[in-house]
Structures are given as C-alpha cells and as structure tokens.
Design a protein. Structure first.
Length: 131
C-alpha cells in the first residue's frame, strides 16, 4: 500500500503545468501581514475543462522548530464548465489562483499542494525568512 507522501509529485513549475506556484516575498518583517499568491499553470496554462481541471490548492507554513505545519489557506475550484446540457457547456469556469494574507514571527517554509483530477497530487515549497 502506498503512503500519502509517496503520491505527491514535484517538478519545476516553469516546465510542468500541474505544480502549484508560490509567489511570496523571500523575507518579511516580523509580525507584519504579507501576501502569498498561489496558482497552477502560470507558465504553461492548465486546462480547465469538465474532464481535466485543478480541484484545489492548499497553503501550509512550517515554522522553524515547530513539529507541525499550519494550514494557512485552502482554495477550492468548483466550476469547470459543467452544465445540465453536458460537459463544457456551462457558463462558469474557475481559475486555479488564490491569495492569502498572514503574519508570522518565525522563519520557515511555505508549502503548497494541488490536485489535478487526472494527474493527481503536486507539491512545491519556498523558504521564508523573517527580519
């Protein structure tokens, strides 16, 4: 039986359309709010069709010295062109992108995961320093 950690895939987001992209300052001021933007398909567009879409992106923060990460934000994408008239005939389509705002007093690692309904789980991470 596979373990969950073994199901996550990694790649360079500039070459792979499924990897969650983390856009954040490399360093932030202690205790000051800052924004982190998450997206999938920044360089290579990901399809957003009834048959092939990104379902969700989650942002975590693992502070140095802490045992467990904090879940900072979860973005669910529910409209992919579905309709009673059939696939890809709907009038609403979501785009896999979201922005979270938070603050921290400790440096650590931002981690993001995403889920493609066809290609599974993907992950990415980025170091965050605190001044």
């Amino acid at each position: 039986m596979a373990e969950l950690k073994d199901l996550f895939q990694n790649a360079d987001w500039k070459k792979e359309k499924h990897v969650p992209v983390i856009e954040s300052p490399a360093s932030v001021e202690k205790g000051k709010f800052f924004q982190v933007k998450l997206s999938v398909g920044k360089e290579i567009a990901h399809p957003n069709t009834t048959e092939h879409h990104i379902r969700w992106i989650v942002l975590y923060f693992q502070a140095d010295g802490e045992k467990f990460p904090y879940e900072i934000a979860r973005f669910e994408f529910s409209a992919h062109g579905e309709s009673a008239a059939g696939p890809n005939t709907g009038i609403a389509y979501t785009h896999p992108e979201g922005t979270a705002t938070f603050k921290t007093d400790k440096p650590g690692t931002l981690m993001a995961s995403s889920f493609c309904n066809i290609h599974g789980l993907w992950q990415n991470s980025q170091r965050l320093e605190v001044k």
